[in-house]
Design a protein around this ligand. Structure first.
Ligand SMILES: Cc1cc2nc3c(=O)[nH]c(=O)nc-3n(C[C@H](O)[C@H](O)[C@H](O)COP(=O)(O)OP(=O)(O)OC[C@H]3O[C@@H](n4cnc5c(N)ncnc54)[C@H](O)[C@@H]3O)c2cc1C
Length: 281
């Protein structure tokens, strides 16, 4: 049982981790290097550096993290279950437990495909590693929004009979012969009890299962019962959400989308989480 599980390895999550460790709490951190920071060509508003490039800041942040006693997982968290006085966290096929959770997943305004929520768990999945065995020898389709979706498609092509890959990214795709690349725009899922078809702008794909591989998941799917306002989590000044023991920080709590704001909120969230743990009976 960890004291603090931090979901997100961007500035908000990193600041939360540094401050939780300073309060002598054990920390489990999920996430990959922040794509947003990595893509920042030149940062001019980070105190202490007149100018710093995103990748350079990532290196410095990672150096700081590796000087601390933190457990890392680069797996995507699929679901946080609220238990009595602790949380169970599912990251792909692994389960973890923590007394508190700090949500620092950033913000993603990509619109879900119509029907994605409705069929999630009924023919639509966000995790190939978790659900590929369900589709052994069958036909699946992957909608890929990131580079990881290429790896996931390769993995599925070894388990499934046929894989359709609908990329929303440009890359050199090099797949097994049973992968068919379909360059088209996904519009909606159709089905009855489970998803049966992906309707594209110019085409449609019938399959036994559908994978949507992206960098973040809808907040309501990630944490059932969480109070949200559109793409943002509702928090108070202590970065507390409506769920006791669950805190949020960074872009996910709202504008301005800035590194300094994410760092400050990460610190407040960690200190609030530490107080919460100290007061647990
Ligand atoms: C091109 C560009 C330029 C920018 N320039 C500046 C600038 O000059 N100055 C400035 O202050 N800000 C700038 N920003 C904004 C800044 O990058 C963000 O405000 C900041 O990165 C937000 O930090 P965060 O920690 O909240 O989220 P992010 O940095 O977005 O990190 C989110 C983290 O969550 C993880 N994650 C998400 N979902 C899951 C999940 N389900 N399971 C596990 N992990 C998950 C991701 O892997 C990642 O580690 C820029 C952004 C962009 C895109």
């Amino acid at each position: 049982m960890y004291d603090v599980a931090i979901i997100g390895k961007g500035p908000a999550g990193i600041s939360a981790a540094i401050n939780a460790i300073a309060r002598n709490k054990s920390v489990l951190m999920f996430g990959r290097d922040s794509k947003k920071v990595m893509l920042s060509p030149s940062i001019h508003n980070y105190p202490g550096f007149v100018e710093i490039k995103g990748p350079e800041l990532i290196t410095k942040l990672n150096d700081h993290l590796s000087s601390l006693n933190i457990t890392f997982s680069s797996k995507m968290v699929n679901m946080v279950y609220t238990m009595d006085k602790y949380f169970a966290i599912q990251a792909e096929t692994d389960m973890f437990e923590a007394k508190t959770v700090i949500l620092a997943v950033g913000v993603d305004f990509k619109k879900s495909i119509d029907g994605e929520d409705k069929f999630l768990g009924s023919g639509v999945s966000y995790c190939a590693t978790c659900d590929a065995p369900l589709y052994k020898g069958k036909t699946v389709a992957v909608v890929g929004y990131n580079k990881e979706s290429i790896e996931e498609t390769r993995f599925l092509s070894e388990v499934c009979n046929k894989v359709y890959f609908v990329p929303a990214i440009n890359d050199d795709f090099n797949f097994n012969n049973n992968v068919e690349i379909v360059k088209d725009m996904p519009l909606r899922f159709e089905g009855d009890l489970s998803a049966k078809k992906l309707i594209l702008k110019n085409n449609e794909i019938s399959a036994d299962g559908f994978f949507v591989i992206k960098d973040s998941y809808p907040l309501k799917t990630l944490i059932p019962g969480l109070d949200v306002d559109g793409a943002h989590v509702k928090v108070n000044r202590n970065m507390e959400t409506n769920i006791k023991g669950l805190f949020a920080a960074g872009d996910v709590t709202g504008k301005p989308y800035q590194i300094a704001k994410a760092l400050g909120e990460g610190q407040v969230a960690a200190l609030s989480a530490a107080d919460y743990i100290d007061n647990l009976k």
